[in-house]
Design a protein around this ligand. Sequence first.
Ligand code: ADP
Length: 328
Amino acid sequence: MVRDHRVKRIAVLTSGGDAPGMNAAIRAVVRCAIYHGLEVFGILRGYQGLLDNEFIELKPRSVSNIIQRGGTILKTSRSPEFQAVRGRQKAKANLERMRMDGLIVIGGDGTYRGAYELEKIWLGKIIGMPGTIDNDLYGTDFTIGYDTAVNTALQAIDKIRDTADAHERFFVVEVMGRHAGFIALDVSISGGAEEVLIPETKTNIKEIAQRLSLARRKGKTSSIIIVAEGDEEGGAYQVAERLKKLSGCEYRVVVLGHVQRGGSPTAADRILATELGAFAVDELIKGTSGVAVGKVGGKLRTVPFRETFGRKKAIDQFLLKLTSVLSI
Ligand code: ADP
């Protein structure tokens, strides 16, 4: 939606699950906006900070030395209060009192839903930036934080492979992904895992047990099974228990958990965050509102919030098929 008043003062916040590269995104937003003559404020603790009036003015030096840091200098939170109409009315009043013309929200699907609702009642312009390790946002090929999370998980899996190989053991490794198997599939391919269990496909645990037993008979001495936390078979512990019952073999379990969220962002995440931050500011200045920025097929794009949570990004079927082909 395009409205006609000029943007002079903007705010930026990070919301929902943190992701490496959020700081790089904040830095790009702040410096590009100031470069174009805007005033920039950070809002601490996501939508909750917006309700609690936690605005801080940001200058170019406020974002020095953060491009390489994980987490978010603005902090993040989940805000049930913002989900209610009364909460959003308060958010609108606070943005008006601070004379804000624009808002950039960095987060995932929930953050976009919140922005969509706020945009209905506030006259300022809102742009979303995809910051989540899960990569489960429609409208961008990759989200900020995803590449780092995959590489962090992969480093751990490489280490697990060493001990699996030395002791000739089976490992079930759980990676993040409550609703999506992007991390699981990418670490399976890059870590040479034998099996991958993701929420997007129906898991047949009996077939998996048979394949693993057959592989052992054919001389495979170690195997790694990657499970996305949201797989319908449950997490790694449940999967290991079922495989043990079906095959009689012992399975060691590793849950990678929150280590996948932290750490210094990769170059790819820093570059994506920087490009998208600059693009988001350009779009705000042009008067664009109600959209998320993303990169699709190498090109910077905007997509209306509504479309981002109305559609599901597809998993790469070719890669999925390759997991079983390559584990013979
Ligand atoms: P993420 O953005 O990482 O998906 P959440 O799902 O926790 O994280 O969403 C972040 C915040 O966005 C929530 O704490 C809430 O304040 C807001 N939000 C989520 N869904 C909605 C919704 N349907 N309407 C309004 N606000 C929402």
